[in-house]
Structure formats: structure tokens, C-alpha cells
Design a protein around this ligand. Sequence first.
Ligand code: FES
Length: 575
Amino acid sequence: MPGNRGNGRLRSAEWFERRDLDGFLHRSWLKSTGVTDEAFRGRPVIGICNSWSELVNCNVHLRGLAESVKRGVFQAGGFPVEFPVLSLGESLMKPTTMLYRNLMAMDVEESIRSYPLDGVVLLTGCDKTNPASIMGAASADIPSIVVTGGPMLNGHWRGVEIGSCSDCWHYHEELRAGRISEADWVEIENSMSRSNGHCMTMGTASTMASMVESLGVSLPGNAAIPAVDAQRYRLAQLSGRRIVEMVREDLVLSRILTRKAFENAIKANAAIGGSTNSVVHLLAIAGRIGVELELEDWDKLGSQLPCLLDLQPSGRFLMEDFYYAGGLPAVLREISSVLNKDALTVNGKTMGENIANAPCWNRAVIKEFADPFKANAGIAILRGNLAPDGAVIKPSAATPKLLKHRGKAVVFETIEEFKAKIDDPNLDIDENSIMVLKGCGPKGYPGMAEVGNMALPPKILKKGITDMVRISDARMSGTAYGTVVLHVAPEAAAGGPLALVRTGDVIELDVPARKLHLDVSDEELAKRRAAWVAPEPPKRGYYKLYVEHVQQADKGADLDFLVGGSGTTVTRDSH
Ligand code: FES
């Protein structure tokens, strides 16, 4: 039987088919769990890499999903073993899950490499659990298939459908503007999150589930199936069956995660109105698997493509509606003329074969390519003396008239300073100002927090104005919206020009020209640079490791020593 080592032998045989003392130890101790030789010897051993955690509400149902995967693995003649990894929950984890994405990726990679696994099913859900799992599996380059936990059911409040978390931002502004009461706010809190699953707007979790499917590393249709729908459990079972075949076919991740697959994902991201967070995650995954991908690829491949999906935060509907309308295969079929249809996917078929007959059941949700929801909707990459290594903006979530704007900077050195000042009626700011936030990039926060979509000052909200230009080295939640320039690189804490901006400086944003310019002379900037003092680095622990090694946003914010992979060569014995 061929295995994933490409030599007709399973990798797990290095543990279980030996006649020496170590072979005895491996088999005997495994049998202490109540399994017989027939259960695991000569069978592909399939790891179910589970990011289940009660601290991560979006992933809390993944133990149940793992049971469905196991059923499929058994049906196909494999031996499933479920194991836990560090899990990352957006809503509870501080300072930001992004700080720990690379740590989780290390956990996944080393768990795969150090144990007798022939293939893995990655169970993911909340925003960072998805890229972290794929990054780890990519560095091991083992047959892998992703099953995401699926989105929550749509939220409902007083007859209106509400989405997490686009409506969190919206109603929080309504509360601050005095248009809803504290009692309304509590009602919304109780009405939004109705079931297991991840956020059900096109936030980062839904985006990354869609990226996984368009990369070809999940079965077709995976992205949009609601978490509580029986179809998700059937798909998990089918994924369990399929991973056993993938081991037999030696279908490792590097055969699927090719440059063509990443190009498909970038194009799909435009068509779904996906999160800007996909930029850092896809760059990091590409770095792990040795695919050349750069920031400009988003602009070249995606920025001219239309958004077809009328989904929050760019539009009206939610993920449950997306599923009923046909899900991602229907979108991919619409944009099939621009996709690499020959890209291989985990089911052994090409992307083109998978989407050839994908139906669309609701044109209100999924528009046609020729009659899109929004034109030119992909992510745009900006450059200029304020962002020499690039910055990103999602024009489809911005106010069109602000895409070309000159204004005076109102600078906040930290997010704490922003929070302390923003509600002050005496803050010198108007709707033409540009809010600038520093210290929120990979090194600065540390971890690159989702705070770039700074809330507007109440005195401006009360005028009925809902958007202003905002610039930072932070990320923003995929559920957020507005004219928000993000991921400015180099970040302020690394001494980027953003560190030198002062309140009152004029900034020019010109998205059509892809320009972000600080209107201050080079001489003055040199003076400011000479006076700039770098922030104190962390003294110990993971923070220290992270800040010393994290790359900038334009490289995917991976740790420099984790770029690339080490494969699954079996290492030295433990006894
Ligand atoms: Fe997990 Fe939104 S909190 S996806």
C-alpha cells in the first residue's frame, strides 16, 4: 500500500512495524487504549487536529464534528486519532489572537511531525485557528484536509436579521450617538449569537473558510454550511473518508497549495468581499509552502474583480443565506473565466471540475459576474512615503468620496490614548480629519491587533456622519467597514514613517493612484527620525520571542525562523 512517504510504506510504519524494543513500546502502549493490532497496523493513521476549546465559543462543537470525521476514517480503512492543539478565540483572548497564530502553527507542525501520523484532518473555526492550522500542516507537508466548524445561524432582533460582528459596530455607534438605549443594547447582545459556529458575516472566519475552499484544501461546499446543519457533519464524515485515500495517493499539501491555488484564492476573496486579514494569512501560508506571493498580487489579481456577494459587512445578507443560495461553489462558477481551473484540490479533482455545475439558487445573494454587487471590489495596495512597504485598503467597504482625500492628521500614539480621548467633546477633530493610530502592528501591540477601524468621535456621529479616513499599522476585523487604511509597513514600532506623523500634518490618500503620502518635507522627517525613540522590547517569554522574530505585515507577520518547512522525516527515537 503506498503511503505518504512516497516509497510504498506508511510513515506510521516507522513506529508500529519495527521488531525492536521501541516498536514494542509504541504498540504496547497504544494498545493500553483498548485497540487491537488490527485497528492500527498497516492502516493509515489519521490525526484529527482539533482546535476545540471551551474558551473558543466558535470551536466548541468541534469534538462532535471529530466523531463524524472518525466515522469516515474507519469506513475507509484508516485509524483515527484525535489530538488537541492550542486554540485561539477572538472574543476572549488578549491582547490579540494574532499574537498566538504563529505559536499555534508551531504546535500543529510539531504535533504532526513528532507523532506517527500519515495524514491529518484539521478542525478549525474561529479566525486564526484556520490559518494557523494550515501554516503548521504546510510546514510538515503531509496529506491534509480542512473541515471548518461553519458559521452560526443568522442573528435576529425585533424582526431584523443581525450579523456578528458588523452589527456590533453599527449598534455600538447607535448607542454612542444616543439613538438606541442600554436596554436595546442588551437585547441585541442576547439576540445575535444563536448557535454554535463562527461569526456569520463575511468576517475573517468566513473569509478564511472560503479561502481554504478556493485553495482546494477542503471539500467543495465546506465554507458556508451552517455549524448546526447535518450537512456539515456529513461533510466531516466524507472528509474522513477522503483523507485515507489522500494518504494512499500521496496527495501532500504542496501538490495542492501551488501558486495557481493562491491566485484562485485572491480572486475568490474579491468576489466574496472578503476580509483584509486574508492578506497576512495567505502570505504566511505561501511562505510555509515555498510559493512566491507578494502584496502586489492582491492588486494585480483581485482589485479589478467584482464582488458578487451581497453579504455583510459590504452588503445585506448573512452566511446562512449564502449557504441556501449555493455557497462558495456558486461564486467560483461565476468567476470561473478568471480562475486557474486546472488547480488540483483535495478530492483529487480540479477546481474546474468541482465548480462546473454548481447551481445558484438566489440571485439576490449571489450576483452574476456580468451584473455584480460591486465593481472593482478586491483589496487595493497603497504605497508612498507613509507606507514604503505597503498598506492595504478594502475599497468595497469604504465611502467612495473618501477614496481620494486630503486631511489633517489627528494622531493617537496608542490605542489607550485613542480610547481616553475620542469621546472628549473638546478633541480638535472634524469629519475631514484623518485619524492616525500607531503602535498596533506586529511588534508594537504586540501581535497586530484588530483596532484599525477606530470608532468615530460622538460629536461627528451626532451629525449623521458615519465614516472618516483612518490609518494605522493595525488590522481590522473582517466584519468591520469604513475608509480604513491598514497594515502600514514598516509599522511605527519598527521605526516606519508612521512613527513620525504628528497631529496637524497633512496626509493625502489617493486610492485610484494607490498613493498614501505624508505631506512633510524630507528634512523635517529626518529631524523627527533622529529624535525618535524605539519602544522598550518585552523582557521574557513568548512575547520576547515573537517581537524579536516577527516579520512585518507585508510578509505575512510570520516568525522569520518558521518560514519554509521541515517535512515529516521521522526523527530520532525517544529511548
Ligand atoms: Fe470567532 Fe468571530 S469570534 S469568528
